[in-house]
Write a protein that binds this ligand. Sequence first.
Ligand SMILES: C[S@@+](CC[C@H](N)C(=O)[O-])C[C@H]1O[C@@H](n2cnc3c(N)ncnc32)[C@H](O)[C@@H]1O
Length: 437
Amino acid sequence: MTQFSQLSLFSTNSDLYETSHSQIVSERAGTFTDNMKLPVHRWFRYSAGFSAIWVENAIAELKPETILDPFAGSGTVCIAADRLGINSFGIEAHPFVYKLAQGKLAWETDIQEFLDAVAELKSMALKLKLDLPPNTSTLLRKCYLDKILIDLFKIKQSYFELAPLLSDPLQSLVFLTISAILRSSSHVGTAQWQYILPNKQKTRFLEPFEALEKQAQIMGQDLKFFQSIAPSSRAILIREDARSLKSIPDRAVDLVISSPPYANNYDYADATRLEMTFWGEVNTWGDLHEAARKFLIRSSSQHASKERLKLDDLINSSIVEPIRDEMIPVCQALEQVRGTKGGNKAYHTMIAAYFNDLGLVFQSLRRVTVPKGKICFVIGDSAPYGIYVPVEQWIGKLAIASGFKSWEFEQIRQRNIKWKNRKHNVPLQEGRLWIEG
Ligand SMILES: C[S@@+](CC[C@H](N)C(=O)[O-])C[C@H]1O[C@@H](n2cnc3c(N)ncnc32)[C@H](O)[C@@H]1O
């Protein structure tokens, strides 16, 4: 393999880590945007729910033996645990997001092997002659100039040829490197971790080979730095459902830190549409359900319509018994607004399904946590159609019904107060739900 060229590697970024560390600690809460300043965490911008520094502080204070994140996303909790040498389980059900986390958790990979693999990929891609295939997806055509898309396809084809020759961690790292440049190479509204807006133009975007080199350079630096500060990885990442946690043994965990999907109609499948289309995992928007959404907590109205959910079934399920009396009027009001105001979103079934799912998550969490275990869920409440849903209270009650002893909500910030939401101005909050026992 050829050596990776022109990398001003091996400057340490400990200053970066230390500065961000103290700034973020002093901010108490921290948000996922802080992670974009941190080695490894910054490889792919993801809606993480909290900053890695906050997670590290929580782990350092609570001193768990084994920590679990049942909604691992891009792996913030597992990477934070790795940095401190703590055992961790990360559970993620979204196939593409799971692969991203695999890439980040491959931080022990030999740096030179990684750089050589990217250099080889680039050299193979530069030699290819390609035209855009006639069946190229409309979405990709809208998101990229033809020349850019051809270069990206050359990189993808080279990856598919190279990957079988690479170890699993190297494959994951290179897959992540390529995935991480897809948004920065687009000239339209593809802000990281947002739904795509093909009609919005970006002023700056990168040519794919340049973006690839930059991304590999950052990742190479971070590999070197992280390997110098962290003991070997103790993280186990599993692609499965937080509602069953079937690979996690009973009482294997003494601390859970997680940011589950909020009940706010955010569609994690749609959020990865560009990447999954590029990799050929979906062709159309309609494919997203089978490819990703159906594995996830039902927190978007797309679930409700795709799965033809029935309110009565959801409300009568024994799982939501502890909150049923409160849930019924809220769901009925949502159904009524939908009917009267011509709204088309099935929030009534989305909300009912969401709490059924979270009820299952807490039953599974009870099984896998030790008695006196601690759980911290970073959550936000919700007000679809302006109808308030007291998310933290209902989750707290579901947790108690599953056998936990107590819950307490610690507010981090208020939402929806600064700018009036176009649809309603119900004050909302985000915070940490601490559950114990
Ligand atoms: C707010 S994100 C968590 C982000 C994470 N803290 C991080 O560091 O990136 C919620 C995650 O839950 C995942 N998810 C949704 N339903 C799930 C399920 N049933 N089981 C496991 N993961 C699920 C989503 O794919 C998404 O990645």
